[in-house]
Design a protein around this ligand. Structure first.
Ligand SMILES: Cc1cc2nc3c(=O)[nH]c(=O)nc-3n(C[C@H](O)[C@H](O)[C@H](O)COP(=O)(O)O)c2cc1C
Length: 451
């Protein structure tokens, strides 16, 4: 039995009949992305027959909310509190002398794209891209290890470009540039659900060692080994590690790349990683996370914790949804048990201030299912009067990933209070009920019904 990381999760996914295996030949250029996209990146797929490579690729692991919950040993109702608990109570990691990741180590003639089957996803992408690499750096002051996914453009040989949209990471690089020093980094592939989720915490907001949050999430110490050429640790049971430095004095052109919201990001100069050593397990499995849905969801699960924490002081909050359609960052839906007039507007204030990326928020009563678009639309249609319930803030900070924001460099934010009034006026909004509806066993009426 595998202990931790990708192979342990593949065993579980197989056992739960959640893993699709593809033995037909697939071209990593476009075809692999097309197959993953067919399932909206919601199905974990192991590709065993790749054109031009003897290795396998795993993709689509992180696009389904319910698979995420199962693999993390939680459920929809408990998720926010479980994640909050691990942020507040991180746990120790365990350093091993050796681990499977050290089965193969290359330090000379490194040629990344010839060694691994790295996909190209979109027509106008500038190169093949490593889209699931979790990059780890160490904060020199606290010693905390910060992990995050950053897309990596394959530049040839041992060279990768890295796209960093993070204040903490960018500040660290700026500081080192001033001192003419390079930053040590390792890129990790072949990890599991807790490792990914921990990586999505905002380093700036929480400032915790994400390896320790991972240990808390998995309920046992994350097992680590030391890197071969740099002073960082990496998971002992992962599949592939690229270790090296981000030099202080080099940038190269990166992009275009079809990114988060399905648009091509702009071409610009970005830092590079010079890879000094590659470690990998025997028969390593290359890991892919498709932009869009998988980025949305993994990041969104953590953003729901953040949104919940910000709005719960304004009302009795039942649940929050940072929606997939809104890139799991631009749109928040909050359901509340309204106790006084003003609760809805209070939640709007808290939500729009919770994160610069959150652009539109809708507040509804707790009889609305906030994971059902029709239900939300119904509340907007019947419980909102624009002049009274819509709040607009002009010219706020926004996300660089929103093209409409990029046109002006600032964004408008909108909050909609779609809650019904309290008291007698609220009675008009009571939903019509069919007695006995919940107890209907439909198979008794249609025994051959499949779906
Ligand atoms: C599949 C996936 C791809 C991502 N790609 C990038 C990326 O290319 N650049 C980036 O800055 N953030 C990317 N992210 C988001 C960051 O990983 C995330 O915001 C970060 O881990 C938060 O940590 P930080 O506060 O240290 O930035 C990606 C996330 C996922 C799940």
């Amino acid at each position: 039995m595998e202990r931790q990381m990708l192979r342990a999760d593949l065993e579980k996914l197989r056992k739960n009949e959640k893993l699709l295996v593809c033995d037909k030949e697939v071209d990593p250029k476009y075809e692999l992305g097309a197959v993953l996209k067919h399932f909206s990146n919601k199905k974990p797929i192991l590709f065993n027959n790749l054109k031009g490579s003897k290795l396998s690729i795993i993709g689509g692991m992180f696009g389904d909310r319910h698979i995420f919950y199962d693999m993390l040993g939680t459920n929809h109702e408990k998720r926010i509190f479980k994640f909050m608990d691990t942020i507040v109570n991180p746990q120790r990691t365990k350093l091993l002398d050796n681990g499977p990741i050290k089965e193969n180590i290359i330090t000379r003639n490194i040629d990344i794209s010839n060694t691994f089957p790295i996909p190209t996803f979109h027509e106008n992408d500038s190169s093949s891209f490593i889209t699931a690499g979790i990059v780890v750096i160490r904060d020199p002051e606290t010693g905390n290890r910060y992990t995050s996914i950053r897309r990596l453009q394959v530049n040839g040989g041992d060279n990768l470009s890295i796209l960093i949209a993070s204040p903490m990471f960018t500040n660290q690089l700026k500081e080192l540039k001033g001192k003419k020093k390079d930053l040590e980094v390792a890129v990790i592939l072949g990890y599991d659900y807790p490792f990914l989720l921990a990586s999505q915490l905002s380093s700036e907001l929480y400032g915790v060692d994400k390896y320790e949050v991972d240990s808390a999430l998995r309920g046992e110490p994350l097992e680590l080994v030391k890197c071969h050429t740099i002073d960082l640790e990496v998971p002992a049971h992962c599949e592939i590690v690229f270790e090296g430095v981000i030099p202080h004095d080099r940038e190269v052109q990166e992009g275009p790349f079809g990114e988060l919201m399905g648009y091509y990001g702009k071409v610009a100069n970005h830092p590079v990683i010079e890879v000094k050593a590659v470690m990998f397990r025997n028969n390593p499995i290359f890991q892919v996370s498709f932009p869009c849905r998988e980025e949305h969801l993994s990041n969104g699960l953590i953003r729901e914790v953040e949104l919940y924490m910000h709005v719960r002081k304004f009302a009795d909050v039942k649940d929050v949804n940072v929606t997939i359609g809104g890139g799991c960052r631009f749109h928040g839906i909050v359901s509340i048990n309204k106790k006084q007039e003003g609760d809805g507007k209070g939640v709007i204030l808290g939500a729009l201030g919770s994160n610069k990326d959150l652009k539109h928020v809708i507040v509804v009563d707790d009889d609305i299912d906030i994971f059902n678009g029709d239900d939300i639309e119904g509340a907007l249609a019947t419980r909102v009067q624009g002049s009274r319930d819509v709040v607009m803030i002009n010219g706020a900070h926004g996300s660089g990933l929103d093209p409409s924001h990029n046109m002006r460099g600032i964004t408008d934010k909108i909050g909609i209070d779609a809650t019904k009034p309290l008291g007698e006026n609220g009675m008009k909004f009571n939903k019509a009920i069919i007695p006995g509806y919940e107890k209907i066993d439909i198979e008794k009426y249609f025994p051959n019904l499949k779906d």
